[in-house]
Design a binder for this molecule. Structure first.
Ligand SMILES: O=C(O)CCC(=O)C(=O)O
Length: 284
């Protein structure tokens, strides 16, 4: 019995080491410079190049690959969103193409550790008016999977449209796990669009920006199309208009996306935003 326990402990210790070796656990805590903070305030988004190490990216890619083959739910499928280019029903070819693996935080302690790391707590607090940040489990909390052939186009929208918080002051962070380019459907954003207000005729009934309206066409002249490398992180405000194309390449595009809010910005009770409690970031 004693021997069995000893071997079990050794196995667990080894497993723990293997589990943690892909993620840098003690990184120097670094916040944004004043210039980066101003850039975020002005544009409503900011790219932090090489934020995650190649070991971290490799670990998250491996977790993702094993959740895709076979598919481990919960997942959202392209057919569920019905965006342009998505298969129309499950029975169609590509009908089971995942669009995102949901509940990323519950999938691995390594993902949780990474997403709640002290540096992210500091950075997110800086971009939400210096308030203590909390990590939301209800939005986005996913690994986006953009597949060749069956992925859809995402029209211009603000993420906050379906979220219910006391104040529309949430910030998402998007980690590229591979190259993201126009060809495989990378994010495009409209700088400064989070600071504007919009009249009813500028948005359709699903709150997408109407591209045939003159005011919107002027906004669309400012579009920035991102090109990301593995490990790059994009911070974007929940009111920044963004869109993305379909994946026209032969390989799947993977990105991990989470959302944070100020601890004193509560979700409205009994909404999609209040189902699971938000998590605290680790202290450095
Ligand atoms: O990668 C995409 O298609 C865009 C995803 C997005 O903007 C969203 O889900 O809010």
């Amino acid at each position: 019995m004693g021997n069995k326990l000893f071997f079990l402990r050794c196995w667990l210790a080894l497993f723990g080491w293997v589990e943690s070796k892909g993620v840098v656990l003690s990184k120097e805590v670094q916040g944004l410079s004043d210039q980066q903070q101003q850039q975020f305030e002005q544009d409503g988004f900011l790219v932090l190049r090489a934020f995650a190490s190649s070991a971290e990216v490799a670990t998250f890619k491996q977790i993702t690959e094993s959740a895709l083959h076979p598919l481990v739910g919960p997942a959202e499928f392209e057919v569920d969103v019905r965006y342009p280019g998505a298969p129309l029903c499950r029975e169609d070819e590509g009908g089971y193409t995942p669009r995102r693996l949901l509940h990323a935080l519950a999938r691995s302690s390594l993902i949780r550790q990474w997403a709640t790391q002290p540096s992210l707590g500091v950075i997110l607090s800086q971009v939400i008016q210096g308030k203590e940040a909390r990590l939301c489990q209800n939005h986005h909390n996913c690994i986006m999977t953009k597949y060749p052939r069956f992925s859809s186009k995402t029209h211009w929208h603000q993420d906050v449209r379906y979220w219910s918080f006391e104040r529309p002051e949430l910030v998402s962070f998007w980690l590229a796990l591979g190259e993201e380019t126009k060809q495989n459907g990378a994010l495009m954003l409209i700088p400064g669009s989070h600071r504007l207000s919009y009249k009813d005729h500028q948005l359709d009934d699903m709150k997408f920006l109407c591209t045939n309206v003159a005011e919107n066409q002027r906004l669309l002249e400012r579009v920035v199309a991102l090109s990301l490398s593995p490990g790059d992180l994009v911070l974007f405000h929940c009111q920044t208009f963004h869109a993305a194309g379909a994946n026209e390449t032969d390989s799947v595009k993977l990105s991990m996306v989470f959302t944070a809010h100020a601890a004193d910005n509560h979700p409205r009770p009994n909404t999609r935003s209040s189902v699971y409690p938000s998590l605290a970031f680790q202290v450095g």
